[in-house]
Ligand binder design. Structure first.
Ligand code: CDP
Ligand code: CDP
Length: 220
């Protein structure tokens, strides 16, 4: 069967990675979490006290950053498993500022495009259908009610034992969505040929069923 490229974009915490992971697993495809890459860069900058305004240090840092994904999908930053650290609020609170830097985007997009050379991938993010793979055979734009998104992320963090109030989570999602959709370089946009799935009232299985249907239609 033909291997296609599937792009899933949308606002923060609307279920992109949950859908992308399960769709990839169903199709026998590789799942790539592009947001994890921006989070890993952010963690590196925070650990080295590098501010995004310091362009020279950011440029140098990018040369020292190697991001890979382990077989269990965990994110490796220079060989170190940082999967849990990159999900902390300290990273969430700075990642959109980091992801708005054009040099950071250039470096990540180029790596993401290389990862897609073999095709048979499901990648989720903000600019996958518009910039990274504008010719992807299937583009899904996922949305959900902002209150539901905040509640789901809050529950997820609480389950992992990470401290955060619902208000703080909500504020973070609003802040990131604003920066992500208004930045100059590759802002979050729905691609003209993307299919919208609103999962406000859908559970994980229902959203997966819709995506499998669309993937089969697209030739997967
Ligand atoms: O999972 P969540 O929706 O919280 O965010 P994420 O997908 O892990 O992405 C974290 C941040 O990385 C986003 O808020 C964006 O600022 C940035 N990002 C981006 O700019 N472009 C992408 N393709 C993916 C993420
Ligand atoms: O990747 P993104 O930030 O868009 O969202 P996610 O991390 O996949 O999903 C955020 C939370 O919503 C997770 O805890 C998912 O299990 C949950 N979720 C849900 O409850 N129902 C859905 N239809 C989709 C996601």
């Amino acid at each position: 069967m033909k291997k296609i490229i599937i792009a899933i974009d949308g606002y923060s915490s609307c279920g992109k990675s949950t859908l992308a992971k399960s769709l990839a697993s169903h199709l026998g495809y590789t799942y790539i979490d592009s947001g994890a890459m921006y989070r890993a860069v952010t963690l590196f900058l925070l650990e080295h006290s590098i501010k995004v305004e310091d362009q020279d240090r950011v440029q140098t840092a990018l040369k020292d950053i190697n991001i890979r994904f382990a077989d269990n999908n965990h994110t490796l930053l220079n060989g170190r498993d940082v999967e849990s650290e990159i999900r902390q609020m300290s990273v969430s609170n700075y990642v959109s500022e980091v992801a708005a830097v054009p040099e950071v985007r250039r470096a990540m997009v180029s790596q993401q495009q290389q990862m897609g050379e073999e095709r048979g991938i499901v990648m989720d993010g903000r600019d996958i259908g518009t910039v990274v793979f504008p010719k992807a055979e299937l583009k899904i734009f996922l949305t959900a009610d902002p209150e539901i998104r905040a509640r789901r992320r809050y529950d997820e963090l609480a389950q992992k034992g990470q401290e955060a109030t619902l208000e703080a989570v909500k504020a973070n999602l609003t802040h990131r969505d604003h920066i992500d959709s208004t930045r100059e370089d590759s802002p979050l946009r729905q691609a003209a040929d993307a299919v919208i799935i609103d999962n406000t009232l859908l559970n994980r299985e229902e959203q997966l069923d819709r995506a499998i249907f669309l993937a089969r239609q697209a030739g997967a």
